[in-house]
Design a protein around this ligand. Structure first.
Ligand code: GLU
Length: 313
């Protein structure tokens, strides 16, 4: 299980030169919840004099909606976000994920797994930290005779991963108890998000990750994977996520509305207010060219509430 304390005592500081990123999944238009992550990651990067990269996370092809990536980029541009370098698109980088998987295969860190979801459920394993099931390790010591590989899993150990989150405080997770050996190549042939995000954060030289707290439980898996691939671990800051009145995270599944570009500084100010920063009326009612310099100067990650979900309504 994950334990967090709202202290920053052990939180690492992003090392200079700071390089952050925003990595939306194009499963729908940019909604207020993703705008909050964009604003938080952008301001933290710029307040550190750092770079801010963009990455379209369309590795999960079945969840990708045609036209959504362009729509997200247009919306970010319309709000006045300025990113550095090329926009990286995961669906064009499958060779890199393949190379990382091959390396792990050669080192014996991953193994083929024949289990279906129904078979795993039949073992009645405990619930995993992300609402699935802890993998019981059935294929860990080799496939039983007559069984065919469906997916590839990364071995984990009975070890506790700990890190100091810049917003949520100290985090600990025992991977074996929280998730078990986890999938890197899915039965449908798609590379898992965990493999793609770790490969790309390293390839883009990202040393400061600022994103929604819904990914906090994934972070120990990413750190474990970074260690297996001899990659540097960035600093992490997990922002509270926007929920609806029922406490559900805003997402395409909960029918979150697209942010309205015509709202300009007022919409950005609402995102910043959600992150614990009061915005003066002349800024929230003013032009975008006044909003950004004010917000970069005002940004302080210490003001962001160390909460998981907040309903702004
Ligand atoms: N693509 C993920 C999302 O849109 C974010 C992944 C990340 O920031 O690591 O929720």
């Amino acid at each position: 299980m994950i334990a967090t304390t709202a202290t920053e005592e052990h939180a690492q500081r992003p090392p200079p030169p700071y390089r952050g990123r925003f990595a939306p999944s194009p499963s729908g238009p940019l909604h207020f919840g993703s705008l909050v992550a964009a604003v938080g990651s952008y301001l933290d990067a710029r307040a550190h004099g750092g770079q801010w990269m963009l990455r379209i996370e369309d590795v999960d092809q079945p969840r990708t909606v045609a036209g959504a990536a362009d729509d997200i980029l247009r919306t970010l541009e319309g709000f006045g976000f300025a990113w550095d370098g090329e926009v990286l698109v995961q669906s064009r980088r499958l060779d890199l994920y393949h190379a990382a998987l091959v390396r792990l295969q050669l080192e014996g860190e991953v193994y083929p797994c024949a289990c279906s979801r129904t078979e795993i459920a039949a073992c009645s394993p405990p619930r995993s930290v992300d609402g699935g099931l802890v993998y019981p390790g059935s294929c860990r010591n080799g496939l039983a005779a007559g069984r065919a590989a469906r997916a590839w899993r990364l071995r984990v150990a009975d070890a506790t991963i700990t890190f100091g989150d810049r917003v949520q405080g100290d985090v600990q997770q025992n991977l074996e108890r929280a998730v078990g050996d986890f999938i890197l190549l899915r039965a449908d042939g798609q590379y898992a998000y965990q493999l793609a995000v770790v490969t790309d954060d390293a390839a883009q030289g990202i040393n400061a990750v600022v994103r929604g707290v819904d990914l906090l439980d994934s972070t120990p898996r990413q750190i474990w994977l970074q260690q297996r691939l001899a990659l540097t671990t960035p600093t992490y800051a997990h922002l509270p996520v926007v929920t609806n009145a029922a406490g559900e995270k805003l997402s395409k599944q909960t029918r979150a509305a697209a942010v309205d570009l015509s709202g300009g500084s007022a919409v950005l100010s609402a995102a910043l207010k959600f992150l614990g920063h009061a915005v003066p009326p002349e800024i929230s009612a003013g032009p975008l060219r006044d909003f950004w310099p004010w917000a970069i100067a005002a940004w302080s990650i210490e003001r962001v509430p160390a909460l998981r979900g907040v309903c702004p309504y």
